[in-house]
Design a protein around this ligand. Structure first.
Ligand SMILES: Cc1cc2nc3c(=O)[nH]c(=O)nc-3n(C[C@H](O)[C@H](O)[C@H](O)COP(=O)(O)O)c2cc1C
Length: 166
C-alpha cells in the first residue's frame, strides 16, 4: 500500500475512531483516538496523538518510547471501537472483552492490532501538554472540551518509522 493510501484511510477513519496502542514496563493498553495529525517537524515525518491525562493509556504513554496507531476498516469493527473507546483498561481486559488481538510491531516495542488494516509505528520524540492560556477563544473550544474538567490533552509527537498494511 502506498503511503498516500494509508494516509487517506487514516483520515477517513479518524472521525469514527482508530486504535492507539502503547506498551511500557510490560503493560499494554489500547484506546480509541479521533484526533491525530501527520506532517513534518525537525525534518522528520511526525504523527501527533492527543491523550487526556485521565486515560489509562496516559499512565503508560507518559514514560513510553513508542506508540502505534492501527487503522481499522470501520464497518467490520464497530463494536470493538465502541468498547475500546468508552471502557478503561483500568477496569477491563479490553482484549479479552473485544476479541481483538495484538501482534509485535516491526520497529517499536508497542504492538499493533491484528484485526486492523493499516499500521503506523512511531518513536516518541517530544511531548507537550496543552497550555490552557494558549487556547484561543474560537468556537468555544475551552468550554466544549475542557470546562470544569481540567482534563487537557498531552500531545505526543512520534517519528513515523514504519507505515504498512497487513
Ligand atoms: C471516536 C472516539 C474518539 C476518541 N478520541 C480520543 C482522543 O483523541 N483522545 C483521548 O484522550 N480520548 C479519546 N477518546 C476516548 C477514549 O478512547 C476513552 O476514554 C477510552 O475509554 C480510554 O481508555 P483507557 O482508559 O483504557 O486509556 C475517543 C473515543 C472515541 C469513541
Amino acid at each position: 500500500m502506498e503511503t498516500k493510501e494509508a494516509f487517506d484511510l487514516l483520515n477517513k477513519q479518524l472521525p469514527k475512531g482508530v486504535f492507539l496502542n502503547v506498551k511500557n514496563d510490560n503493560k499494554v493498553n489500547t484506546m480509541v483516538i479521533g484526533w491525530a495529525t501527520v506532517g513534518r517537524v525537525w525534518g522528520k515525518e511526525i504523527m501527533t496523538v492527543m491523550v487526556r491525562f485521565s486515560r489509562n493509556t496516559y499512565d503508560l504513554i507518559k514514560n513510553a518510547d513508542s506508540f502505534t496507531v492501527s487503522v481499522p476498516e470501520y464497518d467490520t469493527i464497530k463494536k470493538e471501537i465502541a468498547f475500546m473507546g468508552t471502557k478503561s483498561g483500568r477496569d477491563f481486559d479490553k482484549y479479552k472483552e473485544t476479541g481483538l488481538t495484538l501482534c509485535d510491531a516491526k520497529s517499536v516495542e508497542s504492538p499493533i492490532i491484528n484485526e486492523a488494516k493499516v499500521h503506523y509505528e512511531c518513536k516518541i520524540v517530544y511531548k507537550q501538554s496543552m497550555d490552557p492560556t494558549g487556547i484561543i477563544d474560537y468556537e468555544n473550544i475551552e468550554k466544549r472540551f475542557y470546562e470544569g474538567n481540567n482534563d487537557y490533552h498531552m500531545i505526543f509527537y512520534g517519528e513515523i518509522l514504519n507505515v504498512y498494511d497487513k
